[in-house]
Design a protein around this ligand. Sequence first.
Ligand code: ATP
Length: 420
Amino acid sequence: MPKGINLASKMEKQLPAELVNFMWIAGEIARTRGQSLYLVGGVVRDLLLGQANFDLDLVVEGDAIELAKELKRLNQGKITTYPRFNSAKLRWDKWSVDLATARSETYEKPGALPSVKPSLIDNDLSRRDFTINTMAIRLNPGYYGKLIDLYGGRNDLKHKLIRVLHEKSFTDDATRIWRGLRYEQRLDFHLERNTLKLLKRDIPMLDTTSGDRIRYEIECILQEKYPEKVFRRAEELGVLPKLHPALKGNGWLAEKFEQARQLSSPEPPEVGLYLALLAYPLINEETERLISHLRLPKSSAQTLRDSISLKSKLRLLATPGLSPSGIYRLLDAYSPPALMANSLATESPAASQNIHLFLNRLKYIEISLTGEDLMRLGVVPGPHIRELLELLHEARLDGKITTKQDEEEVVKGWLATKQG
Ligand code: ATP
């Protein structure tokens, strides 16, 4: 076995046996094909940190798609190929493994996507964002478990530092600014001194990056355990205003995000709920600017629009003595994340209570009779059917009637007044 640090026993201990076996066999198959195969990126970082991460990223010096096709036969899994990137995803049982062809990247202009060509592992590692993400573990027999650490990633892990690989890193790709803050806050690390300086210098480069790429990074942040930490830090460093100048990463946001987690527990909050809370301080035009800057998909955009429209109705919603049907009428059109965001963000306890009443009870109240039942009872087809169904629903919401028989009585009464 060659000298250097070997992580085979760590892999054995920390990763599920099925994945360890898979990597072992994959290394053998790659060797028979004359290729070198490596485990790379976040999983290596987390292995060294002793943190659970089973998202295997493999890089091969050679054709990843061909290798993936051969590996697929081992476990009868599913393969998805991405010929444009010369990469593939294998899935079987509960596992999924990404396989990529080692590549080098060159950035022709800041913010643009790089031009890419197949290459060796060293080049593949040199295009990565931070030293802690540049480590690889070789998987070929004879080298299995050998750590490749070209940029001092292990040392930076030890000292809890986020460090870029070169001075132009954030200029090449400003999404790394958000990535850096995300890793720093997730791992409880610090941006290394020069990296911090470069990051601050390159904040204006965020303007060169497409909204789609920034949105992806924001979505990743919202999937962190404590996204508010990243936004607090982003505000402190002057990164948050690049998303929108009126956004806040303050104590209010932290409190609301925590409440959102409690409200959604045991699931983590939907991204839409977090987004609506983040965007809560914005007024209409500002929200529209954020939506178009991030090119938010329809559903998230709708959540933000719902949230702001609902905000303008909170005063009405807090009217003393408002009936359940009145609450229903005010809230029925809004999406659940917008409702939840307003229930958490409003300063009116009455409005908040009414939203909870709607979400937990009113929204599930239904009537028993259908339009056909009404016709059977003698109502003439036409607009009256709809009116009557609404009348019945209102009476149910307000607790004036509770059974199917009650509903039939209401209909009969209505028919009597009409006919009488
Ligand atoms: P996470 O733990 O958040 O999943 P990860 O390290 O697995 O982190 P991914 O976003 O899945 O991160 O990316 C995989 C690897 O690709 C990273 O470890 C990093 O080395 C590299 N990478 C991703 N995005 C960039 C980028 N914008 N610039 C350079 N390298 C990147």
